[in-house]
Design a protein around this ligand. Sequence first.
Ligand code: SF4
Ligand code: SF4
Length: 439
Amino acid sequence: MEISNIVFILVLIGSGSFFAYNVRKIIQNIRLGREENRSDQKKERWKTMIRVALGQSKMTARPIAAILHIFIYVAFVITQIELIEIIIDGAFGTHRFFYESLGGLYTFTISLIEVLSLLALIATFSFLARRNLLKIPRFVKPEMKGWPKLDGNIILYLEFVLVVCIFTMNGTDEVMHRMNYGESYGFAISSWMGPLLFDSLSMDTLVVLERIGWWGHILMVFSFLCYLPYSKHLHIIWAFPNTYFSKLKPKGEFTNMESVKSEVQLMLDPNADPYAVPEVDPNATPQRFGAKDVRDLTWVNILNAYTCTECGRCTSECPANITGKKLSPRKIMMDVRDRVEEVGKGVRKEGDKFDDGKSLIGDYITEEEIWACTSCNACVQACPVNIDPLEIIIDLRRYLVMEESKMPSELATMNTNIENNQAPWQFSPSDRLNWKDEA
Ligand code: SF4
Ligand code: SF4
């Protein structure tokens, strides 16, 4: 075994372990959320996942972006086939391990990868232009400054370098193959592009360039693997469980709080024993009304936050945001992710008792944002990976109303009227039919 093979194996194990370690931390963070049963309707869930995550059905609302995204997505998936060969070659010192055994199928597969890589390169330039030159409004909102902007660009730079490395590797190898065996590999692009660019180079230079392309390619893949858990691009993994566990109920249906529901049912039941002691598990942690911090949210809400692609489709459809209010549903998801990262780190260090005196409401999301929501569900409808920012907003509101008695004055008046008059309006129930005397 040569030194390069040992280096390769060490880099492979190192980056794989680093990735697994970080994904484990994210799973721990997701588990900080409250229990929520999403194990029902398995068939429907599989269908949703295949349609929305694999088939990208909700991307089609913006067809040009959908086509460009599909180039990168398919190129990413198909390139993994070539990766198997690269890992075998890297570990055992072989060269194009499958070339002899697969014959025409090999030529077809590498040709497909080359065509897809070229399309991915076109998509990469378009996405870079969209973010940095055209400055499409949803990519330049306040929450997209700093790291989110850089994160969106880094992956595109990596993609660019990766594709350049693939064509350098295949192009130089094509020229060397012709020199050594007098025949072409017959790959769709490098078989003509290679001689065009590299024909005049000496064998020594070709060998060096081929190795630069080969190592550059695989190092980009390993870098991507290490970088993924810190990036919004983790959606390439989480989109699948996220759509599987997405809400299957109608969008307008809010979740009931069981404790409140049973209290109301008790009040409305004429046969109920008003002195009955409610059944309570003495060991259970008392549940907060609504959500003040990330640990009051469900694990699905936190999974949603890790899946957010920061595409801003929700924000661009949000009537509150469009009319200049401070609310951006994308920011809500980004805040949840930032806060759960902070809490997760603290819990791993100090255990379940961790308390830094901060919370999602106040330190990350303001009351102004929460109350700007019209609960229209446009963000939920627009999200390409079935994220539900509204569910989080409603739980944050519930906390403010039920635990802090904080709400806009209009709502406070309405609540008082409901309490006193059994209607949102400020007149006595006995006056309700007065209108008929005026008719
Ligand atoms: S539900 Fe709220 S956050 Fe979502 S689009 Fe409507 S107003 Fe915006
Ligand atoms: S919540 Fe959905 S639509 Fe909104 S930014 Fe995230 S992925 Fe995009």
